[in-house]
Ligand binder design. Structure first.
Ligand SMILES: C[S@@+](CC[C@H](N)C(=O)[O-])C[C@H]1O[C@@H](n2cnc3c(N)ncnc32)[C@H](O)[C@@H]1O
Length: 271
């Protein structure tokens, strides 16, 4: 299996994504993006590239029973996990398998499109943004999150750099691809070219209390497209990677408690 740079995870990896990555990193950022979008009761929200649905579920709670949420993803394994999770108190959520570049919705029907850590993986980013704009009401808005440059998030940087050095850039690309759209001017230009107006960009830093790193690092790798390359590596190499990452992140652990900064762009734009 080659490394997927578009996060096309198989069923077991999608389950690991939900149990390992969502609580530790993606979930807090998905919820922060929903807060940034300032959802109103009763709104119709679409979460594109919903994965296992962290933003969709939190949005459903924010907009209440009079609202509607649709989670859209191209990956059936991610959607299967999203569907298997307990229902939340709030708006009903429907899950749809679709490509962001061909959204199965009418024009001008959605109050808010959320896109959490997904736009960077689209080979056709302009087409994806055009679709998001098409489905949003003229009074509607789009809220997008995209990781800042990898060097701004020391955990990601250290892990990718160490895996690239000991295993190779092809395996590291499985996580590095998440930073393919991090440049402020490039992001702004793409969104403006898609026809969006009133584009606001900000950087959100979250200091996340990661679980004990010795166990978390290999578990995290297993929930990313780096898993296949890491599993093929010699056990000595795997142990060396974990040891070096731990050493380089030592400054973030005090009294047994680890808290590491992660930075993401948050972008709001109107039709
Ligand atoms: C890193 S995950 C983010 C998932 C979720 N938004 C979150 O914050 O946890 C990226 C997601 O984008 C989805 N994806 C990638 N390309 C897509 C496309 N063209 N159309 C729809 N979903 C896509 C992947 O299947 C994956 O679930």
């Amino acid at each position: 299996m080659t490394t997927s740079t578009q996060w096309q995870l198989a069923q077991e990896a999608a389950e690991r994504y939900q149990t390992i990555l969502t609580p530790a990193i993606l979930g807090p950022f998905a919820e922060a993006l929903v807060d940034f979008a300032v959802l109103q009761a009763g709104e119709h929200v679409v979460d594109v590239g919903c994965g296992t649905g962290a933003a969709a579920r939190y949005a459903a709670q924010m907009i209440g029973r009079s609202g509607r949420v649709m989670g859209v993803d191209i990956n059936t394994s991610m959607l299967a996990v999203a569907q298997s999770l307990p229902a939340v108190h709030g708006a009903p959520i429907a899950w749809r398998e679709a490509n962001i570049t061909q959204l199965p919705f009418d024009d001008n029907g959605v109050d808010v499109v959320l896109c959490a850590q997904t736009l960077q993986f689209l080979p056709k980013k302009a087409a994806g943004l055009a679709e998001m704009r098409r489905v949003v009401k003229s009074s509607g808005r789009m809220a997008v999150s995209l990781w800042c440059a990898m060097g701004e998030s020391p955990y990601f940087y250290t892990l990718v750099e160490t895996i690239a050095r000991h295993i190779g850039p092809e395996t590291a690309a499985g996580l590095q691809s998440a930073f393919a759209l991090s440049d402020t001017d490039e992001i702004y230009g793409l969104i403006e070219a898609a026809g969006f107006k009133q584009i606001e960009m900000t950087v959100r830093r979250l200091d996340l209390p990661l679980p004990h790193l010795t166990e978390f690092i290999p578990r995290h790798i297993s929930a990313t497209p780096m898993a296949a390359g890491f599993n093929r590596a010699d056990e000595m190499v795997q142990q060396t990677i974990i040891r070096e990452v731990l050493e380089q992140l030592r400054q973030y652990t005090m009294n047994g408690y680890t808290s590491i900064p992660f930075k993401s762009h948050f972008i709001m734009a109107r039709k």
